[in-house]
Design a protein around this ligand. Structure first.
Ligand SMILES: C[S@@+](CC[C@H](N)C(=O)[O-])C[C@H]1O[C@@H](n2cnc3c(N)ncnc32)[C@H](O)[C@@H]1O
Length: 322
């Protein structure tokens, strides 16, 4: 078993992104990839267990149901590269089905060292599985995983949990085009997408009654306090989840409950916030089924098979690289 660190964002990159996002004219922003330090990854794990957050359970049901069919579609031998694996718990069904037929190399790609370590522990015991983890950005890790490919080995990329929804629709297609550039014709991508559903149900999924999602969101400011010596007062911010009807997405914001000034020495920045002003921290776009097919066509894939969850509208779609 092997975990390689390719290029984890450095403190100076964090400082640069924080400076760019918080000194924007108009809507202030922080990139959602910074949610996932050790505390953020632990909180996300709890979110996946919450009754309100149906996405994870839907993904789990779909993988369980579709694993034998995917194993019959994807020829052996195979390298499985998972983008943003998180704990990797759901992936077990698929890896077990694939490894029953022959050896599998599994390359989880994670920005979070804590998530990658959990994933390794979760999947350690699967027979015939070689684990080669990469702690880095999605595309850097995918390039590394694809360079391990030997003749006749197929690549299956997993991008689950509707993490694609964190990109804008246009950026999502551009990202899939970049994924495609790392693949050969006949390779596969299994994409998870959360589908449109009643807004109250979505709002609860991103603003749960225990306040775990609120803690997850606020931890981003706490991280800046820890790593950039910022002086955010967490009690002066409130987690807000909104549905943007025009963009068909949930947006998470941190709302300043007072007029305040925050200093972030590690980023060389002083930020002034008005009462009621927000910092936008995450988007989760919601899709419909024809849009998923269109995304495949726009990024050099065709849709092979699609599985839909009946309890929580959610799709897993197997794309084949053309
Ligand atoms: C929404 S979670 C989904 C986790 C898992 N796939 C699931 O379905 O439960 C997104 C995961 O991607 C990782 N991640 C976020 N941005 C990343 C990036 N730019 N490169 C690599 N991993 C990233 C996070 O650490 C997190 O574990």
């Amino acid at each position: 078993m092997l975990i390689q660190s390719v290029a984890v964002p450095s403190l100076s990159e964090l400082a640069q992104d924080v400076r760019a996002g918080l000194s924007k004219k108009g809507q202030k922003e922080l990139p959602c990839r910074y949610f996932y330090d050790d505390i953020g990854s632990a909180l996300f794990e709890v979110i996946t267990q919450l009754p309100e957050y149906g996405l994870s359970r839907a993904g789990q049901r779909l993988l369980r149901k579709s694993a034998p069919a995917i194993a019959s579609r994807v020829p052996s031998p195979v390298i499985v590269a998972e983008l943003g694996c998180g704990s990797g718990r759901n992936t077990r069904w698929l890896l077990e089905a694939l490894s029953r037929r022959g050896p599998v190399t599994y390359c989880p790609i994670e920005i979070s060292g804590a998530a990658l370590a959990t994933c390794k522990r979760q999947l350690d015991d699967i027979d015939s599985l070689s684990f080669v983890g990469f702690q880095c950005e999605y595309l850097e890790g995918l390039a590394e995983a694809s360079s391990l490919r030997r003749t006749a080995e197929h690549l299956l990329v997993l991008f689950l949990g509707s993490t694609i929804g964190n990109f804008s629709r246009l950026q999502g297609v551009q990202f899939l085009q970049q994924v495609r550039q790392n693949l050969m014709p006949g390779d596969f991508l299994l994409l998870g997408t959360d589908l449109e559903k009643p807004v109250p149900q979505l709002l609860l999924a991103y603003d749960d009654s225990l306040g775990i999602t609120a803690a997850f969101n606020l931890n981003l400011l706490a991280r800046l306090n820890r790593e950039l010596e910022a002086d955010f007062r967490l009690d002066q911010f409130r987690h807000v989840a909104r549905y943007n009807h025009q963009e068909r997405r949930i947006e998470m914001h941190l709302l300043s409950t007072s007029k305040q000034t925050v200093t972030i020495p590690g980023a060389g920045l002083t930020v002034r916030l008005e009462r009621g002003e927000t910092i936008w921290t995450e988007s989760s776009h919601k899709y419909n089924v024809p849009e998923v097919t269109q995304m495949a066509q726009q990024s050099g894939f065709r849709c092979d098979t699609q599985w839909l969850d009946e309890e929580w509208p959610f799709a897993h779609t197997l794309f084949v690289a053309e």
